[in-house]
Write a protein that binds this ligand. Structure first.
Ligand SMILES: [Zn+2]
Length: 852
């Protein structure tokens, strides 16, 4: 029906549509397409919402809502398309100037027919029932989490980031509930049956940033330097709250002061409140005026490690930085979502690093970002930082390692390229020019381009708008050696970046910095015993090949290299070389890394080494080779676990031992630890550690698995953890039919709701020791992927694929993935890429094993 009346509009009023980019001639698709977004952007102005919600005490009772939507239209005879992804029955009526208006509900939209709208402000009123999907309703509290396009699951609106609006909110809550929202609280009335809260209109903000939380929260206030902060929280341990509250307020105050100084713009959103939510989905979410955090990330235990304290400072600085980067200036379309994330991280590092002088931030940056980015960028499914996005309902597919790990590397390169001062000036201009509005990456590049003679556009095309990474090759010809970027066969790009090379013969060390304009081409005369260590400072990004002799020299003289960043960078080079097939056979590298491990004491590097050792052990060795290495691996890890003094490292070694040591003797040790008949000094095992031990023992010993797990479950007090154990139990069964029916149960969305439970179950279901029994689940897992993308959280499709293929290393498993891609030529590219990314190590393992 809607198709018909939109078609009518075109026939009857052809001239009126000239000013508009595209006629809304067809029934809109589900979600917000790029076209609908563009059309609406050109139509609407002065958008404002006044929302009232009646929240019942009982979690399952529905929430009644009323919304007044004000807007001005550039084309007064246009139909109006609102977003509300709920069934028609959730809309009770639409009124305009006091009269009922005809409307249709189609594909998650409310369609209002074309009519003669007023030239000034129009106001429509809608009565509706709020959708629960993104209201996170719990027994005594609820909170919104509406990113990227979930506001429209809750109430009717125009749910796209580039039409900013003012939101006014009224809440009727159960008696005794606190409430916090983006706007300042202007009125609170404690009535007999409910409490009434009225919040002031917000500044213009994007729909994904609208937020409120209400429930049984405690509240604290603090004034620092003229700024008032309020904190809402659920934690009942007052000692814990006392210990943390002041530092949380102070870190926010410090971050906001720093950002005002850096940007030259005062904090734009008036009041600043925070709500600490138990089991919040992310570390934090940057709602202007009402930032939400995961409570456990902010309320730390007494002896919190430096990593935990650093992570807390980081998330506070990150969300504070979003107030300018993301909230004040917002991306135009979600394909630029990386931009707000990269700036928030970039600013957070500047704010936080000086307050943690004991941490090697360069090493942390290297190991946190480069390996994870290479894990995607070396694959057939590599994506650019800026990706195409046809519909907002696919926005979740944009998130991944390239946004979170390659983008920070590229941003650091940008700052090195143009200098700190110029970058800061450009960012200040960008924020001033686009405040309370939207901007694209290209808008920033244009600003920078005007300030520098450098060709920023082609730099951006290479690094930001195309996928993949440069490869560098060492060539030795007679007496001449050269190191250079390989020509880019496909696109002819030159990757401009600073690259260093360290040349060493014995004690004589020399560092070259080849010109980046020539692809970092360097030449020198060969001399015997010369080692070449590319990228010694770990700044450049790409594949840096090394020759066998240099690799050997580095690994045999490992202790001589004093700089942890140098060691980290060479280890990364060696690992990438191994995956490219340039690094020799898996058993050879494994033996060498096991030799290096006891010589390393830096906890970040130990972590990295253990990750590579585990990967070779489970994925790149044949069954016989793994049995050959097993005693050596077990003995070494046990020894390190006992002798290391550092408690953090002790835990790391314990985790590795548990996941790699499965000989009968090792199982005995694990069992004794689980039963407390064996204790290791300095290693205390929490309830969660005990559950994890029970899972591991059940995996290694399927016949006894149910007994072990039943015993463990009986001891668990926490109801969440108990529930998780029950959920995962069938995965460990010795009976294949039980495992089969568990897998089949995952085909129903309600059985996938607890995504972290599902992922852990998949890890054990597809464990390398079980891979030949679980190979049959691979194809059905890929068959489900599109549905999983529709129903799951933004990170779930990638993780579903990674956990399904993670344990597999057989040619048969690789063939199943290849066949699936071949059989589905029209498969959505971004999901196909996820399959390529998830099977990259599998493919390489198959090749390396067959080459032996
Ligand atoms: Zn963020």
């Amino acid at each position: 029906m809607s198709t018909r009346f939109f078609a009518c509009t075109i026939v009857l009023f052809p001239l009126i549509l000239i000013g508009c980019q595209r006629p809304l001639s067809e029934k809109p698709e589900k979600g917000v397409t790029f076209e609908l977004n563009k059309t609406r952007k050109s139509l609407y102005d002065s958008l404002a919402y006044d929302i009232t919600l009646w929240i019942p005490e009982k979690r399952t009772d529905s929430i009644r809502g009323e919304i007044k939507i004000q807007f001005q239209l550039s084309n007064r005879k246009s139909p109006v398309i609102l977003d509300f992804s709920q069934p028609a029955k959730m809309v009770q009526g639409v009124r305009y100037k006091g009269e009922e208006l005809k409307y249709e509900v189609e594909n998650g939209h409310i369609l209002l027919p074309a009519r003669r709208w007023d030239s000034g402000l129009n106001e429509i009123e809608i009565s509706f029932t709020a959708g629960d999907l993104s209201l996170n309703r719990n027994e005594a509290y609820l909170y919104t989490l509406l990113v990227p396009d979930r506001a429209s699951t809750c109430f009717p609106l125009i749910d796209q980031p580039n039409i900013k609006a003012r939101y006014t909110l009224t809440l009727h809550t159960p008696v005794g509930w606190e409430a916090v929202a983006n706007g300042k609280l202007v009125e609170k009335r404690e009535l007999k049956d409910n409490w009434y809260y009225r919040f002031a209109p917000t500044q213009p903000i994007s729909s994904y940033l609208f937020a409120f939380a209400t429930g049984k929260f405690s509240k604290r206030n603090k004034k620092i330097g003229g700024r008032e902060f309020s904190m809402y929280y659920r934690e009942t341990d007052h000692v814990k709250v006392d210990r943390n509250a002041d530092s949380i307020f102070e870190m926010h105050a410090h971050a906001l002061d720093w950002l005002e100084e850096y940007t030259g713009i005062a904090y734009p959103f008036g009041k600043f409140d925070i709500a600490l939510i138990p089991s919040f989905q992310y570390g934090g979410m940057e709602h202007p005026g009402a930032v939400f955090y995961n409570e456990s990330a902010l309320f730390l235990d007494e002896n919190a490690t430096i990593n935990k304290r650093l992570a807390r400072a980081n998330v506070i600085a990150h969300e504070s930085a979003h107030m300018w980067f993301g909230d004040l200036v917002t991306m135009d379309w979600f394909n630029d979502v990386w931009l707000k994330e990269v700036f928030a991280n970039f600013m957070a590092a500047k704010i936080v690093h000086p307050t943690f002088p004991e941490m090697n931030h360069r090493l942390r940056f290297l190991l946190a970002h480069y390996p994870a980015a290479y894990d995607v960028d070396r694959t057939l499914g590599a994506n650019a930082i800026i990706q195409e996005l046809d519909n907002l309902n696919n926005a979740g597919s944009l998130y991944g390692a390239i946004i979170y790990h390659k983008a920070p590397v590229v941003m650091r390169q940008l700052e090195m390229k143009i200098g700190e001062k110029l970058l800061r000036e450009s960012l200040q201009d960008y924020l001033k020019l686009y405040q309370f509005d939207n901007a694209k990456w290209d808008d920033l590049i244009k600003i920078i381009d005007e300030k520098t003679p450098l060709d920023m556009k082609s730099w951006s095309d290479t690094w930001v708008k195309s996928a993949g990474m440069p490869s560098y090759e060492l060539v030795m010809k007679d007496t001449l050696c050269s190191y250079a970027q390989l020509p880019d066969q496909k696109e002819g790009r030159i990757w401009l970046q600073p690259l260093q090379l360290t040349l060493a013969v014995g004690d004589s060390v020399h560092t070259l910095t080849p010109d980046s304009n020539t692809g970092n081409n360097a030449q020198w005369t060969a001399s015997s015993g010369l080692s070449v260590f590319p990228n010694p400072d770990g700044v450049a990004y790409g594949y840096f090949s090394m020759d066998t002799l240099s690799v050997q020299t580095f690994l045999s003289n490992y202790q001589q290299y004093a700089d942890p960043v140098f060691r980290g960078s060479q280890l990364v080079n060696i690992w990438e070389g191994f995956l490219q097939g340039d690094g020799g056979k898996p058993p050879v590298l494994l033996a060498r890394l096991l030799g290096v491990l006891p010589k390393e004491s830096n906890s970040l590097l130990v972590d990295y080494l253990l990750g590579r050792i585990s990967s070779i052990y489970w994925k790149f060795l044949t069954e016989e080779q793994r049995q050959y290495f097993q005693p050596q691996v077990e003995t070494l890890l046990w020894k390190q676990l006992l002798i290391t003094k550092d408690l953090g490292l002790k835990n790391t070694f314990f985790k590795s031992y548990k996941s790699m040591a499965y000989s009968p003797e090792a199982q005995e040790k694990l069992k004794s630890l689980w039963l407390d008949s064996l204790r290791i000094e300095g290693l205390s095992l929490s309830e969660e550690d005990k559950i994890s031990l029970a899972h591991q023992l059940a995996l290694y010993n399927p016949e006894q698995s149910q007994q072990i797990l039943n015993d463990q479950r009986a001891k668990v007090l926490n109801p969440d953890r108990k529930g998780k154990m029950t959920f995962m139990m069938p995965v460990f069964s010795a009976d294949q039919t039980v495992r089969d029916s568990f897998f089949d149960s995952l085909k129903l969305p309600e059985n996938r709701e607890k995504e972290s439970w599902v992922l852990e179950a998949l890890h054990f279901l597809h464990h390398p020791l079980k891979q030949f029994n679980s190979i049959k689940y691979l194809k059905p897992s890929m068959d489900l992927l599109q549905e999983i993308q529709r129903t799951g959280d933004i990170f779930f499709p990638t993780r579903w694929m990674d956990h399904s293929f993670g344990g597999h290393s057989s040619p048969e498993a690789a063939a199943i993935a290849r066949q699936f891609i071949k059989n589905h030529p029209d498969y959505p590219v971004f999901l196909r890429d996820k399959i390529f990314q998830a099977t990259d190590l599998l493919e390489r393992a198959v090749q390396l094993k067959s080459a032996q």
